[in-house]
Design a protein around this ligand. Structure first.
Ligand SMILES: [Zn+2]
Length: 299
């Protein structure tokens, strides 16, 4: 007997769907292990746990709408209030990581109060040396879904609706997108679909299987659900990247820190991995850069 263990057991999946006869597409996402693993290294205030969960769900939903073959989508909310930074990275193959930086008390502020004057930064990093795309816009909206919807409408000119939910155990979301070739005779399809989707509750989003959710919302429409894709946590940090960072810092600076503390320890903000460099490591790091002077012999 064959079993499909990894697919059957994963709680972390992305489902793509289309409406037959109507140029509207969408997807749903649920994150549990990925979410918990990403947040386990830091004791985040509850509000930030929610915000990170919603931004993670949003990143997976957006990656599914992009024609991204390699590389990663990085969503950042940069604030000047108690919340300084929320970062979520989701690769084309749906590997995710997330982190946040804050200062002071975070208890029950509104999202606007948390951020102050902030920016939403969206980056498409092809990771293969190709052109990186980056869009930076002022934050408009008092929730992550509002911020993203406003961004999509203004910058991408694609009408998009996003619903997000997080209960600090798991995160979930749904996205609907209006495709450009919506014919005149079905002009109300977008409004109708949005109206139906609007009835969704956070609990339904967080608990119902995708098929049940879509049947409940759109039972009079012809919805076609594609096979799900699994999502997992993965951090892309490496000793090589940390080495490059130390090289940029320069030999003098690195030597002086080692002189003072005996070693340099760099911790990854995303996964808390520790990279330690002692005197010997540092010498190796910079030895490679000392190349013999170029010969000035004249021919
Ligand atoms: Zn890491």
């Amino acid at each position: 007997m064959m079993t499909f263990k990894s697919t059957a057991l994963s709680n972390d999946q992305l489902h793509r769907f289309v409406f037959d006869n109507t140029p509207i597409r969408g997807n749903t996402v649920r994150l549990q292990d990925t979410y918990n693993t990403a947040l386990q290294h830091v004791d985040y205030p509850p509000l930030l746990k929610n915000a990170l969960g919603e931004l993670m769900a949003a990143a997976a939903l957006l990656v599914a709408t992009l024609k991204l073959e390699n590389g990663a989508l990085i969503l950042q909310i940069q604030g000047q209030g108690p919340l300084n930074l929320l970062v979520v990275e989701c690769s084309a193959s749906l590997e995710m990581r997330a982190t946040a930086k804050w200062q002071g008390e975070i208890n029950n502020q509104s999202f606007t109060e948390l951020i102050g004057n902030g920016h939403f930064v969206i980056t498409l990093d092809p990771k293969d040396g190709g052109q990186t795309y980056q869009g930076i816009v002022p934050i408009e909206g008092d929730s992550i879904s509002e911020i993203l919807q406003n961004y999509m409408e203004r910058s991408e000119q694609i009408e998009t609706r996003i619903w997000l939910a997080c209960d600090q155990q798991s995160a979930a979301g749904m996205l609907l997108q209006k495709l450009p070739d919506l014919p005149e005779q079905d002009a109300d399809a977008w409004a109708r679909t949005g109206f139906l989707a609007e009835t969704i509750t956070d609990e339904e989003l967080l608990t119902l299987p995708a098929e049940t959710l879509l049947t409940r919302l759109f039972h009079e429409e012809d919805v076609r659900l594609f096979d799900p894709r699994n999502i997992c946590f993965r951090c892309s940090c490496s000793r090589k990247n940390v080495s490059n960072m130390l090289k940029m810092l320069g030999m003098t600076e690195v030597d002086s820190i080692i002189e003072e503390r005996g070693e340099i320890e760099v911790n990854c903000d995303f996964c808390n991995a520790a990279y330690v460099f002692d005197k010997v490591d540092a010498e190796e790091l910079f030895a490679a850069d000392i190349t013999p002077p170029v010969s000035k012999t004249k021919h």
